[in-house]
Ligand binder design. Sequence first.
Ligand code: CP
Ligand code: NVA
Length: 306
Amino acid sequence: MTRHFLKDTDLSPAEQAEVLDLAVELKAAPYSRTPLAGPQTAAVIFDKTSTRTRVSFAAGIAALGGQPLIINPGEAQLGHKESIADTAQVMSRMVSAIIWRTYAQSGLEEMAEHSSVPVINSLSDNFHPCQILADLLTIREHRGDVKGQTMTYFGDGANNMANSYALGGVNAGMHVRIAAPADYQPDAAIVAEAEALAAQTGGSLTVTDDSVAAATGADVLVTDTWVSMGQDSAGRDDEASPFTKFQVNQELMSLSNDAIFLHCLPAYRGKEVTAEVIDGPASVVFDEAENRLHAQKALMTFLLER
Ligand code: CP
Ligand code: NVA
C-alpha cells in the first residue's frame, strides 16, 4: 500500500523514531541510500513561496539518486484548468513521489487518494510536518532524546506550525505547551487528537495564555511568524497585535531550563522573537534549517522503500 505523509500522525511513534534514526545515519553518510537511483523524478509543487523547502527537497532528491522537478506557483494546470484527481493520476505515472506545498489540507488528501506514489505535505494551511521532523532531529542533537522533553511554542496557536508541534511533538513523547492569545488557540479537534496520542506515548499537551508559566522550566522555546502565508496581516501585525505578549525574548529564555531556541524561518526580528534571542547563543535555527535536508531524505527513503 502506498504510504503518504500529509500530517504528523501519518507516522506512528515507532515509525517517526525510525525516520529520525535514518536521518542521523544520512547526515553522517549523505549518499549511503539511493532509493531514487535511475534517476527517477520526484515532483515538488509550490502554490506558496519557499526557500528552505525548495532547496532541501531539490538537494535531497538529487542526493538520493533522483531528479527533482520543481513546479512553481501558477506553472501547472493544477488549480486553474485541471482537477487534483486528474493531476494525481497523470503525475503518478511519471514520477516517484509528489511533494506539495499548498493551502487546504483537503487538497492534499484528494491528491493522496488518487495517487499511486507517495504524497508529502511540504506545508499546508493546517500542518507543516516535514518541519517538525527537522525540529525533532535538532532537539535530539542538542538535548539528547526527544522523549520527555518540554517544548513551548509561543504565538499563533492555531496555525500550521502549532498544529504540527502539538501532534508531532506528542507523537515523539514530548510535553508540548502552546502559549497563545485566547482567540488564537488550537482547535478542539487538534487538542483531542493530541490528548488521545499522549495517552499512548507518555507525552502531553497544555494550552495556555500565560507565556511566563509556559516558558518556566521548558527545554525548548519555539515561535513562528504572526502572519502565515495566505493570511491578512490586519489585526495580527500592528501595534495592538495580540501576539506582542508572546514574543520570545531574553526574559522568557531566562525562565527556561537553559532552553534551545527554534524557529522554522523566515523570522521577523522584533516581532515574534528579539534579535538578541535568535542571534544569540541558545539559538539553533540554522542547524534546524539544515536538518530539513536530512530529515526529508530519511522520510523519502522510508516512504519509497515501503
Ligand atoms: N521553514 C520553511 O518551510 O521555510 P520556507 O518557507 O522557506 O520553505
Ligand atoms: N506559519 C508559516 C510557516 C512558514 C514556514 C506560514 O505558513 O507562513
